[in-house]
Write a protein that binds this ligand. Structure first.
Ligand code: HAM
Length: 444
């Protein structure tokens, strides 16, 4: 002890910095850079708008929760809990975990604050980072972002239709085409107990053909075996959940399908669709896109989670929701050309030509901003032609030049960077002149 670099204190900081490689982002994470922020903000705005149109309001829960919440909620037999959680012990010796998904945290918050007792269902949408220690590849990250919704406190086929359809409308609003909606029912608790026996009966004689993970998982949660990427050959002949479903569950699923058809939302029934998290019952769905490959072909997914509230120790409360992966949506929207191009940093750059002119330029920038014009001030001591080039690079349409002559005359030069024309205006008329130049540029 005491010999680690951190423990030795500041004196050891005098390391030759040339020997240390510069820092990079951790594997599986990515930086949102300003050029990508236009599409990012657009996507979040579209989701909030679509959700808001359906009566869903924003909810935001902590990025970390007690580890037990995810173990109980997501399920100990899942990949997410078994292998992918970022778990740490805090200074109070509590085990905490960076959230791998949003549903259990939102459900915890809604029930902890008793929000679903009067308003049923409580409708909420959310957005934020999630963390899963997966092997990074195209469309799969360790820190990724989701937008999602949860409707908590009601069980009814029309609510399932609302949520599945809302996800569909969201994709439409993003202009994403080529999505195939996969739909299944996982039945209720008793259906799944019957299905569990059917799966055990099928897989036990085939034990030596299963991978190590599945052999272990079979007794804990045989449904997980269906989700295995390695044993797909065996899966094709495995029993179907629909054969274990009660009349009531079958009728419920039929109602959901009829509702989606009436809403004009196309779907494929996929009796092999089991989701990667344990809390689902009845309706389960995923939005697949062919431009995303293999196991990462899902833009989003969700389902009903009646039973999850009890598992967490709350009174029984049904719920349903979905979540989309923001990075995957942006990948497809960008490929398909529906995502907006990067917005320039500003419309106008105010440049002082000469250091003595900086205060007058700053004052003009202030006036333009107060008038709502997106304005950058360049009061640096760079040469005039460098300043004009840099204004071009910023994507500005107009440069307002404040030189010695302009200050003396209480004026400014308004230069149209696109047309390369310019005219001098009294300072009091600069806002109007800039607005007219911007409008002419927009109309062109
Ligand atoms: P999920 O299917 O685990 O469901 O994740 C939803 C979406 O998040 C996926 O379809 C995918 O687009 C994205 N996603 C998941 N893992 C990664 C990753 N490692 N890298 C990039 N994107 C990823 C849920 O999380 C449930 N909470 C959905 C839900 C809401 N169910 C009911 N309500």
């Amino acid at each position: 002890m005491g010999s680690s670099p951190a423990a030795r204190g500041p004196s050891t900081r005098a390391v030759d910095s040339r020997a240390v490689p510069p820092p990079t982002a951790p594997k599986g994470t990515h930086d949102l850079l300003p050029d990508a922020s236009t599409a990012w903000t657009w996507l979040h705005g579209v989701h909030a708008e679509v959700a808001g149109r359906h009566g869903y309001r924003l909810i935001d829960t902590p990025i970390f929760e007690h580890t037990e919440l995810f173990e109980r909620g997501v399920g100990t037999g899942t990949d997410v809990v078994e292998k992918e959680m970022y778990t740490f012990t805090d200074r109070g010796e509590r085990s905490l975990t960076l959230r791998p998904e949003g549903t259990v945290g939102v459900l915890r918050a809604v029930l902890e604050h008793r929000l679903a007792e009067e308003v049923k269902p409580l409708r909420a949408h959310y957005a934020g980072p999630m963390f899963r220690a997966e092997r990074p590849q195209k469309g799969r990250f360790r820190q990724f972002h989701q937008v999602g919704v949860e409707a908590i406190g009601e069980r009814g086929a029309q609510l399932d239709v609302e949520v599945v359809e809302m996800g569909w409308r969201f994709l439409q609003a993003l202009g994403i085409t080529g999505v195939v909606l996969q739909l299944n029912s996982l039945g209720d608790h008793d259906d799944r107990l019957r299905y569990r026996q059917a799966l055990l009966g099928y897989y036990r004689p085939l034990l030596d053909r299963l991978c190590d993970d599945c052999r272990r998982r079979l007794e804990v949660n045989p449904l997980r075996v269906l989700d295995c990427k390695r044993d797909q050959g065996l899966r094709d002949s495995a029993p179907l959940i629909t054969d274990s479903m009660s009349e009531e569950s079958t009728g419920y699923f039929a109602e959901v399908r009829a509702g989606l058809s009436a809403a004009g939302v196309p779907f494929e029934v996929n009796p092999r669709l089991v989701r990667g998290l344990d809390y689902y019952a009845h309706t389960a769905f995923e939005y697949w896109h062919s431009s995303l490959q293999g196991a990462q072909n899902s833009l989003g997914g969700g389902g009903r989670y009646d039973g999850l509230a009890e598992t967490l120790g709350f009174p029984a409360t049904p719920g349903i929701g979905y979540a989309f992966g923001v990075e995957r949506l942006l990948m497809v929207a960008t490929e398909q050309g529906s995502a907006p191009a990067p917005e320039p940093a500003c419309d106008v750059v105010v440049c002082s030509f000469g250091t003595a002119q900086a205060p007058a330029a700053a004052e003009l920038a202030r006036v333009l901003r107060a008038a709502g014009v997106r304005t950058v001030l360049d009061a640096s001591d760079r040469k005039p032609d460098r300043k004009l080039k840099s204004a071009d690079r910023l994507g500005a349409q107009v440069c307002v030049i404040v030189g010695e002559d302009e200050v003396r005359e209480g004026a400014a030069m308004v230069r149209d960077l696109g047309r390369r024309t310019q005219a001098r205006h009294p300072a009091a008329r600069v806002v109007d002149a800039v607005a007219a130049t911007l409008a002419a540029g927009d109309a062109a």
